[in-house]
Design a protein around this ligand. Sequence first.
Ligand SMILES: *Cc1c(COP(=O)(O)O)cnc(C)c1O
Length: 213
Amino acid sequence: MHKSISNLISIKSEVENLEKKLEIIAVAKTFPINHILPLIEFGHNHFGENKVQEALSKWTEIKIKRPNIQLHMIGKLQSNKIKHAVKLFDYIHSVENLKIAKKIYDEQNKINKRVKIFLQVNIGEEPQKAGLKIQDIDEVVNYCKNLNLDVLGFMCIPPGKTDPTIYFKKMKELNFRYNFKELSMGMSSDYLLASKYNSTFLRIGSKIFGSRN
Ligand SMILES: *Cc1c(COP(=O)(O)O)cnc(C)c1O
């Protein structure tokens, strides 16, 4: 059995006793498709990438052959890549301002598609980090509602090298306050903790596919 399969199975067994249904996004960035294929053959459907260009070359063909595959864009979105991102991805987790929301709206209308969206929050209020500022959340949520975008919930990447508990707790409260059903948080190092704070989409890379160079 390919290591990625046994890794996924053991992660699933760790989180399966929780009441809420969780999706595990296998984050495949930097890995070539032949490293990912065993997990696809195994029947796993949710995969994540953080670069549009890389995702296009890896997934365009296989997604046509395997329509069950759900592809998640989890990296920073450049404006000129949104057109391609909307075509390829089923979910976009990195919507962080009005401009990106509007561009997604425009591009998905052109091809009659409705992408599922997470609004990325800069929950640690780090100056260099992507994501919405807390004080801008209201405006962007309302804007997306007016455009009738399919916003599922919030997404975060907590500050590195610190205990993420307080950030996960804040995210859980935010999602509750806005009445969102889904929450995208938790990576290889903290997915169990994230799942205890109502995360519904865990984004797990190295714990499944091995370390990236
Ligand atoms: C790479 C990445 C992940 C997965 O990271 P691991 O630590 O390998 O699990 C999750 N979320 C985002 C936004 C990423 O860029």
